[in-house]
Design a protein around this ligand. Sequence first.
Ligand code: MN
Length: 197
Amino acid sequence: MNQHYVFVNTPLPYSYDALEPYIDAKTMELHHNRHLQTYIDNLNDLIAPYPKLHNLSLEELIYNADKMPPEIRVGVKNNAGGVYNHLLYFDGLNVNGDRVFDSYKDRIPEFFGSYENFKNEMKKSALSVFGSGYAQLVWGSGGLSITTTANQDTPLSMNLIPVLNIDVWEHAYYLKHYNQRAAYIDDWFEAINLKND
Ligand code: MN
């Protein structure tokens, strides 16, 4: 992703069918090419009339949304958050690349006891999201922990560094898993190659 306006949806560094059979190619295509694209288009449209915002990075737009003109505050927060969350989600699935997650994953046993326990905690959090949102592995003053965010809120507004997230909006899994969020979460764990083994 380029650093500021005009934001552009760059191709994923892996093919849409790379996560088969865990996450199907059609879901990946729609998720990246339609859902993420819509957040990017909306964000560009919102800030187009405000040249002072054109040099702000995605993170700066999220951090500063509350200080923006009232008519675009909510829109910028939701759409910049939507872009940010999705970029991290797709990054987490880039198992052969240099993921944000890869800098932290060796420390999972230190903060969760074991990889198995981390999986259990992440799954419990992802299941606990009511409606649309994310479970997010984050880095903060206490080290690694898991939090949930509603809609397109991000952990940035809690002064936490997002490391890995699972999108539990139904568009992330409905084509393959229907309404079975738990089955999608199990497949997502296979797709992210937790221990790189
Ligand atoms: Mn999504």
